[in-house]
Write a protein that binds this ligand. Structure first.
Ligand code: ADP
Ligand code: MG
Length: 225
C-alpha cells in the first residue's frame, strides 16, 4: 500500500514535469512556426525575425540540456574537495559573462576548506547561483563569495547586489519552470536543491540588510571530519 502510494506520487511529479516541458517547448515552437509563415509570405524584416527565431531555438536548447542533466542518473563521485578550487574554477568560467555587465567577483582566496562532495555537482550548484547573481544585478557591482565554517557546518555564501527576492515568490523558488526572466528556464534552483539533497546539504536564501540577496550552500560536517 505504502509502496503504491509512493509510486503514484512519483508518477504525478513526472506528469507535472512532462506538462511543464511540453508547455515550455510548445511556446517557442508556436512562435517559430509563426515566423516561418511570415518569411514564407515574403516580408522585409528578415534579419529581425531570424534573430527572434534563433533566440527561441536557444531557449529550447537550454531547456533540453538542463533536462538531460536532470535525467542523467547521478552517480556520485564523492571525495574531499577544495572549496577554494571550485570557487576559483567557477569564477574563472563566469568572468566573461560578469565582465560584460561590469560586475566583478570578490572572494577571500586564502580561505580553504575541504568538503566531502561530488566536485562537478557542487560546481554546477555554484554556477547556477553565481549566474543568478549576475542576472539579478544591473550593470556594475560586486558579487561576494564567502566561505565560513563552524563546528558543524561549512557555508558558502553567494552575495549579490540585485533587487532581492519579494515575499510573494520566495516559496516558489526551486519549483520546476518557475522563472521571472524573459529567457529563464526556471530549472537552475531545482537542480541546485536536488544536488544539495544528495549531499545532505541545504540552500538558505536571505535578504541582505542593504541591497540584494544571499544564497548560501550549507554543508553539514560529517562525523569523521
Ligand atoms: P532561471 O534563472 O532560469 O529563472 P532559477 O531556478 O535559477 O531559474 O531561478 C528562478 C527564479 O528565482 C529567477 O527567475 C528569479 O526570479 C529568482 N532568483 C534566483 N536567484 C535570484 C537572485 N540572486 N536575486 C533575485 N532573484 C533571484
Ligand atoms: Mg538560473
Amino acid at each position: 500500500m505504502e509502496e503504491m502510494m509512493i509510486r503514484s506520487e512519483k508518477m504525478s511529479i513526472a506528469g507535472q514535469l512532462a506538462a511543464g516541458v511540453a508547455h515550455e517547448i510548445r511556446n517557442p515552437l508556436t512562435s517559430l512556426k509563426g515566423f516561418i509563415q511570415l518569411l514564407q509570405a515574403g516580408v522585409d524584416r528578415k534579419k529581425e525575425y531570424y534573430k527572434i527565431m534563433i533566440d527561441e531555438i536557444e531557449k529550447m536548447e537550454t531547456i533540453t540540456s538542463e533536462l538531460l542533466f536532470i535525467s542523467k542518473p547521478m552517480t556520485d563521485n564523492k571525495q574531499k574537495e577544495s572549496i577554494a578550487e571550485m570557487i576559483r574554477d567557477v569564477t574563472e568560467l563566469l568572468k566573461p559573462q560578469a565582465r560584460l555587465k561590469g560586475i566583478t567577483f570578490e572572494w577571500e582566496q586564502s580561505t580553504d576548506v575541504l568538503v566531502h562532495c561530488d566536485r562537478s555537482q557542487i560546481k554546477q550548484v555554484l554556477i547556477n547561483l553565481t549566474k543568478n547573481a549576475i542576472e539579478a544585478m544591473e550593470d556594475e557591482g560586486t558579487i561576494h563569495i564567502q566561505v565560513h565554517t563552524s563546528d558543524r557546518q561549512v557555508v558558502i555564501d553567494v552575495i549579490d547586489q540585485g533587487p532581492g527576492i519579494s515575499e510573494e515568490i520566495i516559496h516558489k523558488l526551486g519549483e520546476p519552470f518557475f522563472t521571472t526572466k524573459q529567457n529563464g528556464t526556471g530549472l537552475g534552483l531545482m537542480i541546485t536543491k536536488q544536488i544539495l539533497d544528495r549531499h545532505n546539504a541545504k540552500l538558505d536564501i536571505s535578504q541582505n540588510a542593504d541591497k540584494g540577496s544571499t544564497f548560501s550552500i550549507v554543508f553539514q560536517k560529517a562525523a569523521d571530519y
